[in-house]
Write a protein that binds this ligand. Structure first.
Ligand code: FAD
Length: 383
């Protein structure tokens, strides 16, 4: 049983505590899923999470008065899903990230899509990265040129989660209002638009749907633009401001699971005439793991609480949460693998699965080094 004492912290309301219990029960009943066919597993997860109402938390209801996303809710759900099944966390998170620019900046017509992403009837994707533009977002080369009443998109996107199974992509392209970051705009592009193709499916260490996309003279109406011309970078960063802390929450869930598994194993495993847990070096490992887990939780829920309580931007807090939670989760999980001995590296063992699942979180939505740059810039600017 995972430690839930953090729910008593003042970051949460009773609504959050009730929700944490409900998602725990849902996860225990439905996860993990069979991942033999990762596309099918993801589609099913999105449908089930939508059917049971969990995806309603990933975007505001387009039929209701505008309401901000509750970041603590997103973090609690991600932490819990990740603790049970990394793919379930992925399926949930991508509905939020993919729809994020529409939730935050979409007009009424664009927001109609949210009805489908919230119910699990449409799968969303966020297409920012390109072969020559990952960490350096301002270097985006994909173009969106005016053509009649609309725009023509040409270029490539890569490392796009849900690529291949998504129904809609939010795509960032260069419209050229200014050089660099100020010349980008965001577009809502349905997956079945003419000229958009899946150039390559990408297989990674912890499989999930991932692709390189090709845009060849893809025509979209002017109404596909999210926000104003030149707002693309601002939209991408505001979206990441919210979802970065939730990546930290997912890492926290993986780390908490690793700690639980390690504690259970060292209690049971007999070595040198006693339980492995009696060895003081082992106790030292457990203590380090527990401190990392709690410190990560404090940073993650501090960022979420700050955003929910009206902070206009939580750039520094979200970057700290993501950096610390993902880096320390890697260390926590590595210790869990170590404490499982040979079992820890056996294919299919939970420790081995966690070891694979954590790795990409230190790279996507801004690599750890980029988070350090973000934090340092905030300090130096006095923000
Ligand atoms: C599993 C997975 C899923 C992803 N999903 C999506 C998605 O859905 N949508 C999307 O748009 N993108 C997605 N990405 C792309 C991801 O955001 C990029 O991989 C990431 O931003 C890094 O870009 P890059 O791979 O081009 O690495 P590069 O930019 O080439 O960087 C390589 C490394 O250099 C170091 N580095 C970079 N900049 C600095 C710096 N300023 N100072 C010091 N060191 C630095 C870091 O260690 C970094 O990991 C995904 C990636 C992965 C692995």
């Amino acid at each position: 049983m995972a430690d839930t004492t953090f729910l008593d912290w003042p970051f949460f309301t009773d609504r959050h505590r009730g929700l944490a219990e409900a998602i725990e029960q849902w996860s225990a009943a439905n996860l993990p899923v069979d991942q033999g066919d990762v596309d099918a597993a993801c589609r099913d997860l999105v449908l089930n999470l939508g059917h049971d109402g969990w995806l309603e938390h990933t975007a505001p209801d387009p039929g209701a008065p505008p309401a901000p996303l509750d970041v603590r809710t997103l973090c609690l759900i991600r932490e819990t899903l990740a603790r049970h099944d990394g793919l379930a966390d992925f399926a949930f998170a991508m509905q939020g990230l993919g729809a994020g620019p529409i939730s935050l900046f979409g007009n009424a017509g664009q927001r109609a899509w949210l009805k489908k992403t919230r119910s699990g009837n449409a799968i969303a994707a966020f297409a920012l990265t390109e072969p020559d533009s990952g960490s350096d977002v301002a270097n985006i080369a994909m173009t969106a040129n005016r053509y009649g009443d609309g725009y023509v998109l040409d270029g490539e996107k890569t490392w796009i989660s849900n690529g291949g199974i998504a129904d809609l992509y939010v795509v960032f392209a260069r419209t050229g209002e200014a050089a660099g970051a100020k010349g980008l705009s965001a577009f809502l592009v349905p997956a079945d638009v003419v000229g958009l193709s899946i150039a390559e499916r990408l297989a990674v260490i912890a499989p999930h749907p991932l692709a390189r996309l090709k845009f060849e003279r893809v025509c979209v109406p002017a109404s596909a633009m999210i926000g104003a011309p030149g707002d693309g970078f601002k939209i991408a960063m505001a979206t990441l401001d919210i979802f970065r802390a939730t990546v930290g929450a997912a890492a926290l869930g993986l780390a908490r699971r690793a700690l639980d598994e390690a504690a259970a194993r060292v209690r049971k495993r007999q070595v040198f005439g006693g339980a492995l847990a009696e060895q003081q070096i082992v106790q030292g490992y457990l203590a380090d793991m527990a401190v990392d887990v709690d410190a990560a939780a404090l940073l993650v829920y501090r960022a979420a609480w700050a955003k929910d309580n009206g902070a206009p931007r939580v750039t520094r807090e979200a970057a700290m949460a993501k950096l610390f939670a993902t880096e320390r989760a890697q260390q926590v999980i590595d210790k869990a693998v170590q404490l499982h001995g040979g079992d820890g590296v056996r294919h299919g063992h939970i420790a081995e699965r966690l070891y694979r699942e954590i790795r990409a979180l230190r790279i996507y939505e801004g690599a750890s080094e980029v988070q350090k740059v973000v934090i340092a810039r905030q300090i130096l600017s006095g923000a």
